[in-house]
Design a binder for this molecule. Structure first.
Ligand code: CA
Length: 191
């Protein structure tokens, strides 16, 4: 996989499609935070999704989606909006996941947020007004302000798992990590 400790990003788009199955269909993750004071290093937070196979749901991710790999191989997970500063109104980063379109070979998707470190040690407590929201349509599934993981440099937020019927369910999973984005992405599925 390519490095997660910041390079350039691609830019790919995709059409959405509807859901016929029960359980979760198209889910949206929105992340917001405030920019750093003028002259200070930027606050750069990243949404990262890891998709795991049915054979190894808590092991190595089958693939990752993030600023440097904005679309999953089958087009089902898309980082629609990317920010390196947190400047501007509304959500700074947005990711959509079309869970109902994922191949049955995948059984779990974990979504987390990592803070670019740039040689320092920046935690959620260092970044003002950080918030994340997970919705399906108008239904809020998970919302958090990271105050419970203020000392962490990265955190998982939510996991999606297939139940015994094969439909997707959502579980809140706010767990802090002390790791840079690349390390976090490699281990975020183990919990
Ligand atoms: Ca970012």
């Amino acid at each position: 996989m390519s490095g997660l400790n910041k390079e350039t990003s691609g830019n790919l788009g995709r059409q959405a499609s509807g859901s016929l199955s029960k359980g979760l269909g198209k889910v949206k993750v929105s992340l917001m935070w405030d920019p750093s004071p003028l002259g200070m290093p930027d606050h750069d937070l990243d949404i990262i999704a890891g998709t795991y196979s049915a054979e190894d749901p808590h092991g190595k991710p089958a693939y990752l989606v993030h600023f440097d790999q904005r679309l999953s191989p089958d087009g089902t997970i898309n980082l629609n909006r990317d920010s390196r500063t947190g400047a501007g109104f509304g959500a700074d980063e947005v990711m959509t996941l079309e869970l109902d379109r994922l191949s049955s070979s995948y059984a779990r998707v974990v979504v987390g947020v990592a803070i670019q470190q740039n040689g320092g040690h920046k935690t959620f407590g260092d970044v003002p007004n950080t918030g994340v929201q997970v919705v399906e349509g108008y239904t809020e599934l998970v919302a958090d302000d990271f105050s419970g993981v203020a000392g962490a440099t990265a955190a998982t937020v939510v996991e999606f798992v297939r139940d015994s019927r094969g439909v997707w369910e959502c579980r809140r999973a706010v767990r802090g990590f002390d790791a840079d984005p690349e390390t976090f992405a490699a281990v975020m599925g183990r919990a």
